[in-house]
Ligand binder design. Sequence first.
Ligand code: PEP
Ligand code: MN
Length: 282
Amino acid sequence: METDTSGFGPYKLVSREYKPEDTLISVGKSIIGSPQFHVIAGPCAVESRAQLLETAWAVKEAGATFLRGGAFKPRSSPYSFQGLGEEGLKLLAEAREETGLPVVTEVMDVRDVELVASYVDIIQIGARNMQNYFLLKEVSRLEKPIILKRGQSATLEEWLLAAEYVLDGGNWQVILCERGIRTFEKYTRNTLDLNAVPALKNISHLPVFVDPSHGTGRWELVTPMAKAALAAGADGIIVEVHPCPVKAFSDGEQSLTIKKFGKMMTELKKMAKVLDRVMPIE
Ligand code: PEP
Ligand code: MN
């Protein structure tokens, strides 16, 4: 069936004109899109039980509300570590069982959607798949929240149209995640477009997250940009944390140590108070 978008510009269901009130997404005790400020934290990739569980307990202790970890890893080189696959999903499920933290992981292939959905609480669509319309249609059939990362060169309009696919397919639980875009700048891995946060909040009712890890590519820039995301009105952040970043299989240079993550959380909690945001979430 065709959706009539007349009077709504290029997209309809994602727009604030169509739905003025903020979309709230409940996962366990968390309500994403509310005054709560959420932190999804964990390693870029699930590497081993010990690595994942150590990180999970530590980020929980520091106040994170979700655990992240890639099981299927989208890597720029086919020779880089590609993830543990289903074994990684099992370890994520075990970490949730032990710590109580809901888990987030990326799905890259339509053939894995059912499998991934059976293990995790929030499904990530990565930057490289933002315009994979078959994948978007597949996850639109799920009753699970989707975190939709911005494509590396996607405009806000293209990104919102990707989200429109998921809503149009019946799944309104979509979180938009700004993770940096390609520019001429080489010092940082990407240019984190924080304009996107207030802009999306104006145009859309969907919750907006920021990924300061992929957005910068440098661990020393993660805390300042996480604070900037909170100040810009983001609903949460997704951050890479590793017990030993120099030994990480992927993205070690942008991963925070457990100690640095704890320090960032302490600083964010102070800021949240001033900004009338709820953090930590009990
Ligand atoms: C990730 O979150 O590990 C990831 C690969 O992110 P992105 O799709 O934003 O590059
Ligand atoms: Mn990563």
